[in-house]
Write a protein that binds this ligand. Structure first.
Ligand SMILES: O=c1ccn([C@H]2C[C@H](O)[C@@H](COP(=O)(O)OP(=O)(O)OP(=O)(O)O)O2)c(=O)[nH]1
Ligand SMILES: [Mg+2]
Length: 145
């Protein structure tokens, strides 16, 4: 469990903050702070009405909700979205409509879920040659279907 400072923005007044729907939920459901209609094939950065200060060494991932995806073809275009620990702007959810009918997002409706995660940062060590492996350069289906 980590603590994340959260700031409600003026247009987020009256909305529930992200919350776990069940005791074992991995993600906190986040609600839309605006009404928006997503045309088929359309996308929109949906306002959430809050900003966060994530502790250093962590990120928050923005992930789609499976019900919206399965029933309506609504997903987060950039899934998993990345909220950096040094970001202080409004969290937005980049929704895309992969369905074939318009989808109405209503203010207060749960549109995505937030999953905090630890972040490993890497130091790149440039070299002249990489070690050999059984896989070598095979990839992208090289082991069969
Ligand atoms: O779904 C998302 C993804 C990103 N962000 C915000 C927080 C994140 O810290 C910032 C930058 O995101 P990212 O690094 O994915 O986008 P970028 O295109 O690389 O923008 P930047 O140049 O600002 O890093 O945008 C969101 O609010 N929602
Ligand atoms: Mg970036």
């Amino acid at each position: 469990m980590i603590a994340i400072r959260i700031l409600r923005l003026p247009h987020g007044e009256g909305l529930p903050l992200p919350a776990y729907a069940t005791a074992g939920a991995a993600g906190m459901d986040v609600v839309a702070a605006e009404d928006v209609t997503l045309a088929p094939g359309g996308r929109h950065a949906v306002a959430t009405g809050f900003a966060m200060a994530i502790p250093e060494g962590h990120e928050v991932q923005v992930r789609p909700r499976s019900g919206l995806a399965l029933k309506h073809g609504i997903t987060c275009l950039n899934t998993p979205g990345t909220i950096d620990s040094d970001y202080r702007g409004e969290v937005k959810v980049i929704l895309a409509n992969l369905g074939d009918v318009p989808f109405e997002v209503r203010r207060g409706e749960r549109i995505a879920q937030l999953v905090p995660a630890p972040v490993l940062r890497a130091m790149l060590d440039e070299c002249a040659q990489l070690d050999d492996t059984a896989r070598g350069i095979g990839g992208f289906g090289s082991t069969g279907r």
